[in-house]
Structure formats: structure tokens, C-alpha cells
Design a binder for this molecule. Structure first.
Ligand SMILES: Nc1ncnc2c1ncn2[C@@H]1O[C@H](COP(=O)(O)OP(=O)(O)O)[C@@H](O)[C@H]1O
Ligand SMILES: [Mg+2]
Length: 431
């Protein structure tokens, strides 16, 4: 049934009942008494309505103050409906507040920055990542124009051109940011910022590596091509000259081979799907091998001594041979003839350690921190002379990383250097 009828029927019935009662009084006590009864009845009726109206107005002033009265007649229904409305409203609000809190939390955890602006770029809201990326402070900057806060000519151009379908790469506060404006709703825009500093750095390292590697390979190639050209244009070269050229070409070929092998080793060490499979590394044969190789490289020009007093360890024998061999060969190559080289495997309280000490040319302090960078050499020409690739210590660093070991470098120019590889006790075999 129509709810309005539900309202009118009881109200009409009550009014009717009261008027009928007044009619009965009229019948028994005369018209004056009847009229009086009707007026009194109407006044009571009116007073009750006014009372509830007053209560309703009172409640509307402050709906959260308490519950509504039960009411009388049609008021019961009105009050209960109002009360239900109010309860639904409260529930909706609680839900909304919870959603908003969740949304805020998600936004604050986001690594990317989000700024909400109105159509004329006044800041309305932003998350902590945006504060960090753009140097904003929501509390302080709310209501300010974003172009006054982010002072970058490239950003201004981006806004003026308004080509928002493409992101903009921005250098800001020593970071590389990728920003994009996305219009939404009618009169709002979102500014999204992404910190690309790290990926940019990796990309640059990759570019540098390729550039360096190409450069390193080009030099020997140029030499070989030069001699080949001479050989093809001058067929009557003296056998002695020809032999000298061939020897130089072979040296350069060897250099290229060393380079390519070292680059492959580095790449293999770096690839993530190539984890270390620890095996028993037998130190004695390993040290003997290192000693032999060093002696072969030195060809009697140095006095090389070996000391062995430490436990076997876990790790990759091949990788450690390559790392230790690099350190030993460096000592030979950067120590003038007649120098002394001491190769040692020792046990210390912290764990076993490998060290190579020489009394060679040494390294100035400012170079030491950079030695393990790829292609970093103190003296390029000297390194080339001795068939160095500049990748040796980079390989050593990677191998040690995979063995939880640390590289220590102590050096003094013209006095000599000591390279020490320290293993943690956990790497001892059988522990
Ligand atoms: N024992 C050492 N004495 C002096 N300088 C050294 C020694 N070991 C390494 N260096 C310096 O560190 C640089 C980097 O070494 P490395 O990565 O092995 O490259 P390279 O192929 O040139 O030997 C070398 O070019 C050299 O300048
Ligand atoms: Mg080397």
C-alpha cells in the first residue's frame, strides 16, 4: 500500500475518533460542552504535534546527540525512518573514511609520486614520494601553483606545450625523473613522477662498458690491420721485418683474446642465474698452481716466495684460481725486475686469508678506491705493455662477492702493495 495512505489513515482515524467523542459529549451535555470538548481535544492534539516537532527540530540541530523519542501516532514511523537514515549515513561515512585511509596508505607506500592539481595547476594533494621527488611539502605548499614550486625550465616548457600524452624526462635535485601530467575529471590533473636515477645509472654503466670495450678492441685491431696492409702492398719485405710484424700482430691478437675472455668471465660472473655452487677448494694444489703461474710470468725476474698455513675452504676452485691468479700476476707485472713477491695463505681469528705482497711500483692513495672499476688503470700504457686488460680486479671483486670475501688494498708508491682477500669463518670447509 502507498505509505502516504498508511500515514493519513491512522491520523484521520485518530482525528475522527476525537471528533466523534466531541459529538457524543454534544449529544449528552449540549452543544457548548460538545464544542468545548472538540476545542480541548484539538488543543491537546496540536500540543502533542508541537511537542514532537520541537523534539525533531532539536534533534536535527545536533543529530549525533542521542536517540530520537519513540513518538506517538504517525511520529513513530517518521522517527524510526529518520533514525534508520541516520544510521545508514553513519555506516556509509565510516566505510568511506576507511576507504580513504586505505587509499592514503597505499598512496604513501607507492614508490612513484602522485600530485593532484586543479585545472590551473594549484596543488591540492600529493603523496610522500612526490614530496621527495619534487621537493614539495604538502602542508606548506597546498594551494600554491605547482609551476612556482617545481622550478625547472623543461617542466615549464612541458606545461606550456601541453603535450601530456608523452612523459618528460627531468633532471631535478640530482635525480633523473620521468614525469607525466594526466588530465582527469573535468577540472583536475594528476602529475605522476618516477625516479629513474638508478636505471639511468645502470644504463650509463652499460653504455660506458660497451664504449670502453669497443675502444679497447679497436686499438689492437688497428695495429693488426696496419701490418696486414703493409704485407699486402709490400710483398717484398725483408724476412726479418716480416717476422717482427708477425710477432707484433700475434701480441695484439693475444691481447684481443685476453680481453674477450675477461669480458666473458665478467658477464658470466654477473649473470644472476649462475649462482655459486660451493665445492671443496683444496688450497695446497691451488697455491702451487698460482705460484707456478707467477713464476712463469716472471721468468726469473723476481724472487717469489709462498707460505701456506690455513684450512681448506668452500667455494669455486676455478673462480678462486682466476681471482688469486689475477692478484699474483698484477704483483709480477707491476714490480720491476729484481723485486720480491710473497704469496700467502694464512689463518686468522676472523677467518682464512690470501695475500700477495710485492715491493713494486705501488699505487697512489687517490687511485685505490677505483681500482676494481672495469677498465680502470693507474697507468694505461704500462698496463697495455704488460698485456693487462684493466678487467682483472673487476673480476676479482665479483668472485669475492660470490664468496662473501673482502678485498683489502694497502699500497705506497715506490714501496709496494699488499692485496689481501679475507674469507669469513663460515667459508671454511667442514664448518
Ligand atoms: N700489485 C700492484 N702494484 C701496483 N699497481 C697495481 C697492482 N695491482 C693492480 N695495480 C693497478 O690497478 C690497475 C687495475 O688492475 P687490473 O684490474 O688487474 O687491470 P690490469 O689489466 O691493468 O692489470 C692496474 O692497471 C694497475 O695500475
Ligand atoms: Mg690485472
Amino acid at each position: 500500500m502507498n505509505p502516504r495512505l498508511l500515514f493519513w489513515i491512522p491520523a484521520g482515524l485518530r482525528l475522527g475518533l476525537m471528533l466523534s467523542a466531541a459529538g457524543v459529549v454534544w449529544y449528552f451535555l449540549g452543544p457548548l460542552a460538545g464544542l468545548l470538548a472538540a476545542v480541548i481535544g484539538l488543543c491537546v492534539f496540536l500540543a502533542v504535534q508541537l511537542h514532537y516537532l520541537y523534539q525533531l527540530a532539536d534533534w536535527l540541530d545536533n543529530p549525533s546527540s542521542g536517540a530520537l523519542p519513540d513518538g506517538w501516532g504517525a511520529w513513530t514511523d517518521i522517527f524510526s525512518r529518520l533514525y534508520k537514515l541516520r544510521r545508514d549515513d553513519e555506516r556509509n561515512q565510516a566505510e568511506l573514511a576507511e576507504w580513504l585511509a586505505r587509499f592514503r596508505q597505499a598512496m604513501s607506500l607507492l614508490p612513484d609520486g602522485v600530485v593532484i592539481m586543479d585545472d590551473v595547476l594549484f596543488l591540492e594533494w600529493c603523496n610522500p614520494a612526490a614530496e621527495k621527488h619534487l621537493g614539495l611539502m604538502l602542508d606548506r605548499d597546498k594551494g600554491m601553483r605547482v609551476t612556482n614550486l617545481v622550478r625547472s625550465p623543461a617542466f615549464m616548457d612541458y606545461i606550456i606545450l601541453g603535450r601530456y600524452d608523452q612523459p618528460l624526462t627531468l633532471s631535478l635535485r640530482e635525480r633523473k625523473l620521468i614525469v607525466q601530467i594526466i588530465p582527469f575529471e573535468n577540472r583536475r590533473q594528476i602529475l605522476v613522477t618516477h625516479d629513474a636515477t638508478e636505471s639511468e645509472r645502470i644504463e650509463m654503466m652499460r653504455r660506458d662498458f660497451i664504449a670502453n670495450a669497443s675502444h679497447e678492441l679497436r686499438t689492437p685491431l688497428t695495429v693488426i690491420n696496419g701490418f696486414l696492409e703493409i704485407a699486402s702492398t709490400q710483398p717484398n719485405l725483408e724476412p726479418q721485418t716480416r717476422m717482427a710484424h708477425l710477432k707484433l700482430m700475434m701480441e695484439q691478437g693475444q691481447r684481443m683474446q685476453n680481453l674477450v675472455e675477461d669480458m666473458l668471465t665478467l658477464t658470466r660472473l654477473e649473470s644472476l642465474d649462475y649462482p655459486l655452487r660451493p665445492e671443496h677448494v683444496m688450497i695446497r694444489p691451488l697455491m702451487e698452481k698460482i705460484h707456478q703461474e707467477a713464476q712463469a710470468l716472471s721468468a726469473g725476474r723476481h724472487e717469489i716466495t709462498v707460505e701456506m698455513a690455513g684450512p681448506d675452504i668452500k667455494g669455486s676452485t676455478d673462480e678462486l684460481r682466476s681471482a688469486f691468479g689475477n692478484l699474483a700476476s698484477n704483483a709480477v707485472r707491476y714490480t720491476p725486475a729484481g723485486g720480491k713477491i710473497h704469496i700467502a695463505w694464512q689463518d686468522t681469528a676472523a677467518g682464512p686469508q690470501f695475500s700477495v705482497r710485492d715491493n713494486g711500483i705501488g699505487i697512489r692513495p687517490e687511485h685505490i678506491a677505483r681500482l676494481t672499476e672495469r677498465f680502470y688503470r693507474v697507468d694505461k700504457s704500462r698496463s697495455r705493455e704488460t698485456q693487462g686488460t684493466g678487467l682483472g680486479l673487476a673480476i676479482v671483486k665479483h668472485v669475492l662477492l660470490r664468496h662473501d670475501a673482502m678485498l683489502g688494498i694497502e699500497s705506497e708508491p715506490d714501496k709496494g702493495s699488499t692485496f689481501t682477500v679475507r674469507f669469513p669463518r663460515t667459508m671454511v670447509w667442514g664448518d
